[in-house]
Structures are given as C-alpha cells and as structure tokens.
Ligand binder design. Structure first.
Ligand code: HEC
Length: 304
C-alpha cells in the first residue's frame, strides 16, 4: 500500500533516476564480481605455473640423483652403512626444500607427505591423508585445487608416491630388513608391515600462498566498484538536472498556464516560453493552437 502511494507521488524524474540507480548497482556488482573472478583465475594460473616449476626442479634433481649420484655413492659407502643425507633421494629433496621454504620462497610449503613417515614432520595431515586416499581410489596422476591451512588460502598441486618395488619396501616395510643406521636415526615408527609394491602411501605436496592474490583481487574489485559508483552518481546527477531543466520545469509551467487558460485567465498570452524545447515545445505549440481556437470561438460567440 505504502509502495503504491509512493509510486503515485514520485514524478517521472525520480522514477527514472531510481530505475537507473538500480540498474547501475546491478551492473557495478556484476563488474566487481567479474573483476574479482578474472583476477583470481589469473592468480591460480600463475600459482599453478610456480608449482609446476618447483615440481620440475624436484623431479629433475631426483632423476639426476638416482641415475648419476646414487650408484657412485653406494659404491663408495660401506654396504651396511646408511647416510640419509647422501643416500636417500627423499631425504635430500626434503633437506633442500626445507631451505627453499625457509629462505627463498617464504610462504610456500613443500612436503613429501606420508601416511607412515620416517621423518615425523612428513606425517600427512588430515587434508593430505584425504588426498592420498583419493590417489588410491581414483588412480589420478595429479590433483590440484585450493585449501585453507591455518586460516590462510593456498593453491596446491599434488602427485602420488608409490612403493616402486623391493627397493622401497626394504626401508619402509620391515625394520628387520632396513639398514641398522636407519633404525638408529629414525627409530621403527616409520614402517608398515602391510605395504606392498605399487601401494600409494605418500604424496608430493606443493602449496603456493594465495593470500596476496586474494587481497589484490579484492582491492581491484573494490576500486572498480567505487570508481564506477562515483561515476554513476555523477551521471545520475547530470541526468537529474537535465530532466529538471528540459522536461519537468517546462511541463509544470505549461500545465500551470493551461490551467489559467481553462479558467479564462490570460487568454491572450502565448503558452510558449523559451524554456520549452524539443517534444515539450511541440506539445506546447499544439496546446497553444487549442488556446487560439478557443479564443476565436469565444469571440465569435460574443459577436453572435
Ligand atoms: C635405504 C633406505 C631407503 C630406501 C631404499 C627408500 N627410502 Fe624412502 N626414506 C628413507 C629415509 C631414511 C627417509 C627419511 C628421509 C628424511 O630424513 O627426510 C625416507 C623418506 C621417504 C619419504 C618421505 C616420508 C618419510 O618417510 O619421511 C617417502 C615418500 C619415501 N621415502 C618413499 C620412498 C620410495 C617410493 C622409495 C622407493 C623408490 C624409497 N622411499 C626408498 C629411506 C629409504
């Protein structure tokens, strides 16, 4: 009811402005949301590239170690000795990546997450356990996405790690088979008697921080929204005054003059004024012709 009354009392100018303002807000929300989405998509692509670069480096380092270094090292080290810093590919990668995330790439996280790790910090957390589960069930070669860690958003890339045969099992399945040095250094917790060749039991995890990208995307969207809102308000003001000067005021004047004529006052004065332009002027001319005809008719009547 109140809305109906309001609709009646509002003039053409106010209705037009309200309509344009509503359309403007809808457009601005769309633009802001679009800007945020595009910006985030670009950031995700960039994060993916960074993660792939990291992965490529780790992969190449691992391949080089396995093919060139390990045979030489194993030949040099006594058969019953084991130095993880020299002989474990995963151990070497972990030590290098720990340095990378501590010094060079602050905010990034790399992990060789295992369900049953030798090195306790490698223990898969709940999220990583779910990723390893998915690798076991879905048989995918990689999984990517976003995840919140301690309230901070990250882009992650992960690849499965499999028990690639007897060599892996020797150090991960049964403490009795493993080098004595390994047991001394790591204890016997990181073994699982159920491990079989081919089991996915761990995953490479690369986490690229998205916090700065989210902030940048939000700022960009906010600037676009605020700038657009400012321009819309300015545009609406210009339209408001244009409607006021060119349509509403001339129409009100024409209406007042027509009313005067209708009650017989100022019958000889033209209805037109300098303010009436365009269609309003056309309308005023038509009504003025009506006034002239009326005056003529009245004069004829008087003469009769
Ligand atoms: C000679 C023993 C040995 C062999 C063989 C071995 N590993 Fe390990 N592995 C280790 C040790 C020791 C660590 C812990 C390194 C560290 O200090 O981070 C480790 C760490 C890992 C980790 C990280 C999680 C954890 O346990 O801390 C994964 C994953 C892993 N190994 C998988 C494999 C796979 C797959 C193979 C076969 C291709 C393999 N390992 C062969 C000794 C071995």
């Amino acid at each position: 009811m109140a809305l109906k009354n309001l609709r009646k009392t509002l003039g053409i100018r106010a209705k037009f402005i309200i309509m344009m303002a509503i359309l403007g807000v809808i457009a601005l929300v769309g633009i802001g949301y679009g800007a945020y989405t595009f910006s985030m998509q670009a950031s995700m692509k960039e994060a993916d590239t960074k993660a792939r670069m990291m992965e490529a480096y780790v992969k190449a380092g691992r391949a080089y170690f396995m093919k060139e270094q390990r045979p030489l090292i194993n030949a040099l080290v006594e058969a019953d000795r084991f130095y993880p810093e020299l002989q474990s590919g995963f151990g070497i990668t972990r030590r290098i990546l720990d340095q990378v995330q501590e010094k060079a790439l602050l905010g990034f996280q790399f992990k060789q997450a295992s369900l049953v790790p030798h090195h306790p910090p490698n223990k898969a957390d709940l999220f990583e356990q779910s990723i390893i589960k998915r690798f076991q069930v879905e048989k995918k070669q990689e999984l990517t996405g976003t995840v919140d860690k301690d309230g901070k958003p990250f882009y992650y890339r992960s690849r499965p790690i499999k028990m690639a045969g007897g060599d892996c099992l020797r150090c991960h399945k049964d403490p009795a088979d493993a080098p004595k040095d390994l047991l001394e250094l790591y204890g016997t917790d990181g073994f699982d008697a159920n491990f079989k060749s081919g089991d996915v039991f761990a995953a490479y995890m690369v986490y690229v921080p998205l916090g700065p990208a989210v902030e940048a995307a939000k700022t960009q969207a906010a600037i676009l929204f605020a700038g657009g809102a400012l321009m819309t308000v300015f545009g609406l003001l210009v339209i408001y005054f244009f409607l006021d000067i060119r349509i509403v005021k001339p129409l009100m004047e024409l209406s007042a003059r027509t009313q005067e004529v209708s009650v017989g006052r100022n019958l000889d004065k033209s209805l037109l004024s300098a303010k009436m332009k365009d269609e309003v002027e056309t309308l005023a001319r038509s009504i003025d012709r009506l006034r002239i005809s009326l005056v003529k008719m009245l004069k004829r009547r008087k003469n009769d």
